[in-house]
Design a protein. Structure first.
Length: 142
């Protein structure tokens, strides 16, 4: 991201809180951001992983067996899957992320995934920007 993009993201994030500067990520600030997302996020947006999920690293970048990986993906969410957002429950992952309840489009299975790990399939949309700003806040304000 170039400096101008970072500054613009910081302004958008701060505006969620009605302040000049975004607060640190914590349980209370996560709930404020959650309310903003629930109000503004396009639930029709198709989601996918921003990058490989933690459990996948062994298979994507490590020595993990590809057949085993494909078998595990049947019952675990993968960054290569596509999802629809079902809800963003009030519970959090510690003090550092919201949980997204998603439904995998291919088979209807539901999963809970850290919201900052998700992005939209289509870039340059309002939903994409909302998730990108959220992930930027999570990474930079802890």
């Amino acid at each position: 991201m170039i400096m101008r993009d970072i500054e613009a993201a910081e302004k958008r994030i701060a505006s969620v809180f009605g302040t000049d500067k975004a607060p640190e990520v914590g349980k209370e600030s996560l709930q404020v951001y959650r309310a903003h997302l629930l109000q503004h996020f396009d639930k029709e947006a198709v989601l996918t992983g921003r990058e490989d999920f933690l459990w996948e690293e062994f298979y994507v970048f490590g020595p993990g067996d590809k057949k085993e990986y494909e078998e595990l993906k049947k019952n675990r969410a993968s960054y290569t899957d596509t999802f629809e957002l079902v809800d963003i429950p009030k519970k959090t992952i510690g003090d550092h992320d919201l949980i997204a309840l998603v439904r995998r489009l291919s088979d209807g299975k539901k999963f809970e995934i850290g919201l900052s790990w998700l992005t939209t399939k289509k870039k340059r949309t309002a939903a994409y920007q909302l998730l990108d700003d959220f992930a930027t806040w999570i990474v930079n304000c802890q």
